[in-house]
Write a protein that binds this ligand. Structure first.
Ligand code: ATP
Ligand code: MG
Length: 260
């Protein structure tokens, strides 16, 4: 079911490179990376630790700007943080404010927007229901389990109904069971809202389960290693989809590709 008529953004990454200055030397992390993400598509980005995945996601969000090339969102060049984005950063626990309740943490993205109190309250209530935290809105982050904190971060990223969702290892620090639940939660929300999604993950199975397409980053400086479509039917189901022969073939291809 699609909610509303808003469609996800189309993203174009055109020849971007990124360097950092460390003391007196320059480190080139990304070199000449290009790819596109269609409206409503779920793209997974995989690569070994330190290859530059988070750096790439920050460039797409506009939180940092590339040293060469450009990112376009719906054909507009990104030159600063974009209002239509939801971003779950890698270190989600540090991104929640411990002195604010769940509801007030989730309300933070509204600060930059002109939304009435009634509309804000209704949207917070709705998103907390959809992540299963409706009874926890008055609690503080330190009163929640890791999985619940992650759901708060996801709720905050979704509360303003973004048209592009950027997820950096959003399920990294929860147990396997909660991880599968959160994967299905995101898959359902992404489908309902037709939001374009870019998911960074170390987890090969997760990339294939979640994505319409996978790209890998490899090398130093990193470029695109491999790129392939995930031609598995939707809706997917944890047990059934993962048991399919095609799933296991794609998993093997991705595993071998990451080790090249
Ligand atoms: N602000 C920065 N200043 C200097 N170097 C940086 C900065 N941000 C990232 N780097 C460097 O860029 C490289 C890529 O880092 P990045 O965090 O993008 O990797 P990653 O693929 O997300 O790794 P992980 O899987 O461990 O999260 C690393 O060598 C890192 O030290
Ligand atoms: Mg990272």
């Amino acid at each position: 079911m699609k909610i509303g008529s808003i469609s996800g953004y189309e993203v174009r990454v055109n020849g971007i490179s990124m360097s950092f200055l460390n003391s007196d030397s320059e480190k080139v992390v990304l070199h000449d990376i290009s790819f596109a993400v269609a409206s409503g598509e779920v793209l997974a980005i995989c690569g070994l630790s330190g290859v530059g995945k988070s750096t790439l996601l920050k460039l797409i969000s506009g939180l940092s700007l590339p040293t060469a090339g450009q990112v376009q969102i719906d054909s507009v060049v990104v030159n600063g943080p974009h209002p239509g984005l939801g971003f779950v950063t890698q270190d989600y626990s540090r991104s929640l404010f411990p002195w604010l309740t769940v509801a007030r943490n989730v309300a933070l993205p509204f600060k930059a927007l002109n939304v009435s109190q009634e509309e804000k309250a209704a949207k917070i209530k709705q998103v907390l229901i959809s992540v299963g935290l409706e009874d926890s809105s008055h609690l503080f982050p330190w009163q929640l389990s890791g999985g619940m904190q992650q759901r708060v971060a996801i709720a905050r990223a979704l509360v303003t109904q973004p048209r592009l969702l950027l997820l950096d290892e959003p399920f990294a620090s929860v147990d396997a069971h909660v991880r599968l639940e959160l994967e299905d939660l995101i898959a359902r929300l992404v489908d309902e809202h037709a939001v374009t999604t870019i998911l960074v993950t170390h987890d090969i199975d997760e990339a294939i389960y979640m994505a319409d397409r996978v790209i890998t980053l490899s090398g130093s400086p990193a470029g695109i290693g491999m790129e392939f479509d995930v031609d598995l039917p939707r809706p997917r189901e944890q047990i059934i989809s993962r048991a399919e022969a095609r799933f296991s073939q794609l998993r093997t291809d991705l595993y071998l590709g990451l080790r090249k």
